[in-house]
Design a protein. Structure first.
Length: 126
C-alpha cells in the first residue's frame, strides 16, 4: 500500500497555513514590523498566531506519520482516535472549515489492519 497518510496531513497543514496567510497576511506583517517579542496586543493578532502555530504542529504530526510509514510501522489507533476527536470538535465548532480534509487519513488509520503482536517467548526452565 502506498505511504500517503503523512503526506496528506502535511498537505492539509500547508493548505491551512496558506489560508492563514491569505486571511492574516497584514496581521503577520504588523507583527514582524513591531518585532515578535511580546507583540500580541489584540485578539486578531492572537488568532493569527494560533492559526500559524496549529499549521506548524499539524505539519510536524504529518512528518511523524510519514516517518512511521517509511519505517513500515503501524500508526497507532490511538493517534487516529485523537485526530478524529480533534477533527470532530473542529467541525462541530466550525462546520465550514478545512477540518473535513482530515477524514481520509483518519479513516485509513482507524480501519487499517495492524499486525498482531507476537506472543512473548518464555525460555524453558533449566
Amino acid at each position: 500500500m502506498k505511504k500517503w497518510i503523512g503526506k496528506w496531513v502535511m498537505f492539509v497543514a500547508v493548505g491551512h497555513t496558506a489560508v492563514g496567510i491569505m486571511f492574516f497576511g497584514s496581521v503577520y506583517q504588523q507583527l514582524l514590523a513591531k518585532g515578535l517579542y511580546n507583540s500580541i496586543s489584540s485578539e486578531q493578532a492572537g488568532l493569527a498566531v494560533w492559526f500559524a502555530l496549529f499549521g506548524f504542529v499539524l505539519f510536524v504530526v504529518g512528518m511523524l506519520l510519514s516517518a512511521l510509514e517509511a519505517n513500515h510501522s503501524s500508526i497507532p489507533k490511538s493517534v487516529g482516535v485523537a485526530l478524529c476527536l480533534l477533527t470532530v470538535l473542529g467541525i462541530v465548532l466550525m462546520p465550514i472549515s478545512g477540518f473535513w480534509l482530515m477524514f481520509p487519513a483518519i479513516v485509513v488509520i482507524l480501519l487499517k489492519k495492524t499486525p498482531g503482536i507476537a506472543p512473548l517467548a518464555i525460555p524453558p526452565a533449566s
